[in-house]
Design a protein around this ligand. Sequence first.
Ligand code: MD3
Ligand code: FE
Length: 203
Amino acid sequence: SREPITQGAVLLRAFAAGEAAQLVRAVEQVTAQSPLRHMHTPGGFRMSVAMSNCGRYGWVTDRRGYRYQPEDPLSGRPWPEMPQAFRELAVRAAREAGFDGFDPDACLVNRYEPGARMSLHQDKNEQDMAQPIVSVSLGLPATFLFGGMERADKPLRMRLESGDVVVWGGPARLLFHGVDTLPDGDHPLTGRCRYNLTLRRAR
Ligand code: MD3
Ligand code: FE
């Protein structure tokens, strides 16, 4: 189904449900090459979400700041190639939401274990804010939070389940958003974790 969330954002419920197992296997292949790791914010805090990337650019954070870079800082080597299944899913979802010609060059892989969360933030490190972000949820369900254009705006809560895809573009592109603390659980595809893929145009 296709549900508008707010202007510019479309929830495609279960859009990737039929290919979720294949996507999880591709995540495991990516993270075998560039392992999931807990990055640090510029302020020195360890993130509870573990991250990796695939594609031409990867999002990283450390003492020097937030940025996209073509190499994995753990190895100094390029990030793993973006699996075709990720690219094709993102292009199809973006088209469904009205963004023709989306051509992602970066995919951030987030892994939430029970207790992990992501505090409210904006995604502002991409060059062209006219390009949407496509997010794919896999494994344990999570409560997604989305607010307004100011951090203080009270966020709405939305449950995202395995196979759900959300396209964020237009006026929704710069909304504050985050993920509530992941409750414990056990999912047939992922065990005790949730993966989220965000497909982006970084440069
Ligand atoms: C709304 N990830 O990696 S995905 C992130 O579930 C991030 O891991 C969350 O926020 C997660 O930056 C949320 C949904 C999402 C992604 C990008 C957005 C929502 C967004 C950009 C603008 C507005
Ligand atoms: Fe984000």
